[in-house]
Design a protein around this ligand. Structure first.
Ligand SMILES: [Zn+2]
Ligand SMILES: [Zn+2]
Length: 235
């Protein structure tokens, strides 16, 4: 990966969103940076974790315990540079980075998504956290993807009435208990939606939301995340 301290992007606004040196291709990055981005392939159709076999298979874990959602599309693996960029976007206000990330993701979806959803639903933050942070990065990402792919964004139907402990600090049953009643769905029985988030780690959160949506009559729930972390114990 090649970085420069000089922000040439200011001079050439069609330059790569990451290195800011080379001209960008369709995804918003230059070809060299695009080739360097960590992808997951082949990936499980259901949870987007790496599979041994061919693309589009369902991994053993999902076969044993099928998640409530239908498919997961992850633009990248949660490795460098995403593990640096995403915390900067989330906690340090560098939301401008979402521009090229969303473009690159939209490009990926146009090539890999079997069917585009009718609506995008960002994973919400609790009101207190939203106030502290000032923005929800998932909602910003959803808006950008929606604009790029011409899909409506629903910001109202899914809310998070109460704050939860960070899922990473909990295990198994405590994780599920932590999420009980954390999200509230008050929307129409859509035919096909995509839940939008920045990173998918264990998938417990999106699984809990998907369960609620399915119960409310939504037929198909896909998960769209910028980055997917490897399964616990895998690297
Ligand atoms: Zn570049
Ligand atoms: Zn799977």
């Amino acid at each position: 990966m090649h970085y420069s301290k000089v922000d040439f992007g200011l001079l050439f606004n069609q330059s790569c969103g990451l290195c800011r040196i080379h001209p960008q291709t369709r995804g918003g990055l230059c070809q060299a940076c695009l080739d360097d981005m960590p992808r997951i392939a082949p990936a499980c159709r259901s949870c987007a974790l790496p599979t041994e076999g061919t693309e589009g298979l369902i991994c053993g874990r999902c076969q044993k315990r099928p998640p409530a959602f239908d498919r997961t599309y992850a633009a990248f693996a949660y490795r460098f540079p995403l593990n640096r960029l995403i915390p900067l976007i989330k906690y340090h206000g560098q939301t401008g980075q979402l521009g090229w990330l969303a473009n690159s993701f939209a490009d990926h979806l146009q090539h890999h998504c079997d069917a585009l959803p009718q609506v995008l639903i960002p994973v919400p933050l609790a009101a207190s956290r939203l106030r502290r942070r000032g923005y929800n990065q998932a909602a910003l990402l959803a808006a950008r993807l929606g604009a790029r792919l011409t899909i409506a964004t629903d910001l109202r139907s899914l809310t998070k009435p109460r704050e939860t402990t960070h899922q990473m600090e909990l295990r198994g049953k405590a994780r599920r208990r932590n999420l009980k009643g954390a999200f509230s769905w008050n929307g129409p029985a859509y035919d096909h939606v995509a839940l939008i988030d920045d990173v998918m780690t264990t998938g417990t959160t999106v699984n809990e939301i998907s369960r609620q949506l399915k119960k409310a009559g939504v037929r198909r729930v896909d998960i769209w995340v910028l980055a997917r972390t490897p399964a616990p114990g895998e690297q």
